[in-house]
Ligand binder design. Structure first.
Ligand SMILES: O=c1ccn([C@@H]2O[C@H](COP(=O)(O)OP(=O)(O)O)[C@@H](O)[C@H]2O)c(=O)[nH]1
Ligand SMILES: O=C(O)[C@@H](COP(=O)(O)O)O[C@H]1O[C@H](CO)[C@@H](O)[C@H](O)[C@H]1O
Length: 317
């Protein structure tokens, strides 16, 4: 990872380079919010919240608030998160005067709106073997270097199949097959990010409120491209957090995710004046299952405007 910085940027470090005592000193009056978007994560959300609360709230006051955004869960996600010590909000209850949108990007935007920390850390709620270093690693560059605005986690991503045996390097399928080639083709300055789609990242509120949030699974791709344009590569960093294991979706679900990411990339190429089309791309995706089954799905994405643009007090409840 260290060689990456020499060749491609961005600023690259490891979680171990950001020890907790140094972060506590650097924190000063800076406040920190951790936001976990969670849809049907009852099995894992509680453990993640408990670790953050125990290690980074109770033992050492690094984190000021932990928010779980219940993203229309149908299981006990909200109850498990609350029992573990998180504040929980229903995704559609935040800024409820606005028509609700859907997906992970909506959950994250609502989480940003419903918290107040100067720095916001986003952590997926389906992680296994989560450690507090995920949060401290992401906070390090932001608490120590005022020029850094946004930090992505980097990690090895094992793939755990139906047999329950994790295999090194098999995870991040949409990253390897879609996002990385796209970024290298059109945004090569971002080629040095090992995990552009990773769900663990942190940023200064002041900059996160200046960019739109793409809904669904386009949010990570959109944020990286938009923040590069707004802040420049020198304001972006990545921190090696070790290994990240999570609950995997099916290939069919990742096909939809890939479609959403392609829609997001297309929108940014158009917005940046690099692509001109007679008509917008289709956003339907015909997927073929087994036994002749076929499903026509919609991979359209929408986007929430920069939070800062909701200038009227009544817009930000
Ligand atoms: O509509 C959604 C979809 C996903 N998520 C959450 O976003 C994170 C990443 O989603 P997922 O695990 O489905 O994506 P993957 O990691 O498989 O790419 C998880 O905490 C999900 O619970 C969410 O809050 N709302
Ligand atoms: O990186 C990827 O390819 C996908 C799927 O990962 P796996 O192949 O299931 O390990 O996972 C990420 O992508 C999503 C879209 O950006 C993010 O929202 C997830 O947090 C992230 O896990």
């Amino acid at each position: 990872m260290a060689r990456v910085q020499e060749w491609y940027g961005p600023h690259t470090s490891t979680a171990a380079e950001w020890p907790l005592d140094a972060l506590l000193l650097a924190k000063g009056t800076t406040t920190v919010s951790v936001v976990l978007p969670a849809r049907d994560e009852e099995r894992t959300v509680g453990d993640i919240v408990r670790v953050i609360r125990r290690d980074l709230v109770e033992r050492t006051p690094l984190v000021n608030e932990i928010l779980v955004v219940d993203s229309n869960s149908t299981d006990a996600t909200a109850a498990r998160a609350a029992a573990a010590g998180a504040r929980v909000v229903a995704q559609d209850a935040v800024l409820s005067q606005l028509p609700p949108l859907t997906g992970k990007g909506e959950a994250l935007w609502k989480g940003l709106a419903a918290t107040s920390g100067d720095i916001v850390v986003f952590v997926d709620a389906d992680l296994r073997d989560f450690g507090a270093h995920f949060v401290t690693g992401l906070l390090g560059p932001l608490l120590v270097d005022p020029d850094i605005q946004f930090v992505k986690g980097a990690y090895e991503r094992p793939f755990t199949g139906a047999d329950g045996v994790p295999r090194r390097g098999g995870g991040g399928r949409v990253t390897e097959l879609v996002a990385r080639p796209l970024l290298n083709m059109f945004w090569p300055e971002l080629a040095g990010f090992a995990q552009p789609l990773g769900g663990e990242y942190a940023g200064r509120r002041a900059i996160l409120e200046q960019v739109p949030f793409v809904t669904e699974y386009g949010v990570e791709f959109g944020l990286l491209v938009d923040l590069l344009e707004l802040a420049g590569l020198d304001a972006l960093a990545q921190v090696d957090l070790g290994t990240r294991a999570h609950t995997h979706q099916s290939t069919t679900a990742l096909g939809r995710m890939a479609g959403q990411i392609l829609q997001t990339a297309w929108s940014r190429l158009e917005r940046q004046g690099r692509l001109f089309t007679a008509e917008p791309p289709a956003h339907t995706l015909l997927q073929f299952g087994l036994d002749g089954q076929a499903d026509l799905v919609d991979v359209a994405v929408a986007e929430r405007p920069p939070l800062a643009s909701l200038v009227h007090e009544e817009d930000v409840a």
